[in-house]
Design a protein around this ligand. Structure first.
Ligand code: PMP
Length: 351
């Protein structure tokens, strides 16, 4: 007789990470290519001799730093081992068996996995033909069993962003006992003045949370630090379902140092934004469909040509992220990295 794991896990695909291939350019995980800021490396080095001690369990210094930077009460902030951990904690905090989590699809690949692992039911709502979130359909999918809705803006992997007015209308229609989680992992790259600021919305509404991360614009993907701004009772529940000490000491120090480097962050985001326009324009010029993106990646809805395009990029030593029969997501890298990708895209034979 062998050990029995949960039967429902048999059909569950594990999370697939972007591949790293030595000698190839990695544009597969929406990381920033520029590396961590120098002040952050110094902070990690300073903290290293203390790693034989457990980290501050409440991440108090980091939460205080976030509280003053964001002008949000500390009791409304929770930090986690990456924002993906907070996504899972939010499901655990709101759902028991058979409760429903509604989310757009295609969107962040972790949503279906964490929902199933938590024992909740997933309700996937297709995107529009324009690869955007369909807020009317999301609203229509909410039932009395719904406890949470993920709203990913900019959406991973399509890059499209919601406008403030349409999001406000949607929020007006959501029952007050359903938590709407605005997953804003890419918020720092948004330049559209009509895009909502989720943290602002959490000030105005009692059923909205905003999720942010240090993995993307801040360049700390390898350290694992994210945060949620949420109603106080939700933030408290997040702390309860959190694995003890899940945000490690180096991640806490690095995140604090990052928050103090807003000028460098802005310069870095501006570079990504400029490259984003250049890459998209060139792809459009080469006949590709590329939805307007507000994130640090572009989406190529290539349908059944997805795998072929992926192989072609790999042959050209560029690793992109392919979603079978749907499309390819390509991270904006340095100008040289983007040039390598654009050359690959240009030499891809027309259908
Ligand atoms: N949300 C979205 C939309 C993402 O794309 C990602 C990372 N791919 C995350 C959350 C999680 O990021 P992290 O756990 O590194 O903070």
């Amino acid at each position: 007789m062998s050990v029995r794991t949960r039967a429902d896990l048999d059909q569950l695909p594990a999370y697939v990470a972007g591949r790293t291939i030595p000698g190839s350019i990695k544009l597969a995980s929406n990381e920033v290519s520029a590396g961590p800021l120098p002040s952050v490396v110094e902070a990690i080095t300073r903290a290293a001799p203390e790693v034989h001690r457990y980290p501050d369990m409440g991440a108090t210094k980091l939460i205080d730093a976030l509280s003053s930077r964001l002008d949000v009460d500390a009791e409304r902030i929770a930090v986690g081992c990456g924002s993906v951990a907070l996504c899972e904690q939010l499901v655990q905090a709101t759902c028991t068996n058979e409760d429903e989590v509604v989310f757009p699809w295609r969107s962040f690949e972790a949503y279906p996995i964490i929902t199933q692992v938590a024992g909740a039911r997933q309700v996937r709502v297709p995107l529009t033909e324009e690869h955007e979130l369909d807020l009317d359909a999301l609203a229509a999918a909410i039932t009395p069993a719904t406890r949470m809705v993920f709203v990913c803006t900019p959406n991973n992997p399509t890059g499209t962003v919601l406008r403030r007015a349409e999001l406000e209308r949607f929020l007006d229609s959501v029952p007050s006992d359903v938590l709407v989680v605005l997953d804003e992992a890419y918020r720092e790259f948004v330049t559209d003045p009509d895009a909502p600021d989720g943290i602002e919305l959490t000030r105005q509404r009692d059923n909205v949370a905003s999720l942010r991360t240090f993995s993307k614009a801040y360049g700390l993907a390898g350290l694992r630090a994210g945060y949620a701004v949420a109603p106080p009772e939700v933030a408290e529940a997040l702390r309860k379902v959190c694995i003890p000490f899940s945000i490690n000491a180096l991640a806490q120090e690095a995140a604090i140092a990052s928050l103090e480097s807003q000028h460098e962050l802005k310069v870095r985001c501006d570079e990504v934004v400029a490259e984003r326009s250049r890459v998209r324009d060139e792809l459009l010029g080469n006949g590709y469909e590329v939805p307007e993106t507000q994130a640090n990646f572009v989406w190529l809805p290539l349908g059944e040509r997805t795998q072929e395009f992926n192989e072609h990029c790999l042959d050209n030593r560029v690793v992109v992220r392919a979603f079978t029969d749907d499309g390819v997501r390509v991270t904006i890298g340095t100008p040289e990295e983007n040039d390598a990708f654009l050359a690959a895209a240009k030499s891809f034979p027309a259908a």
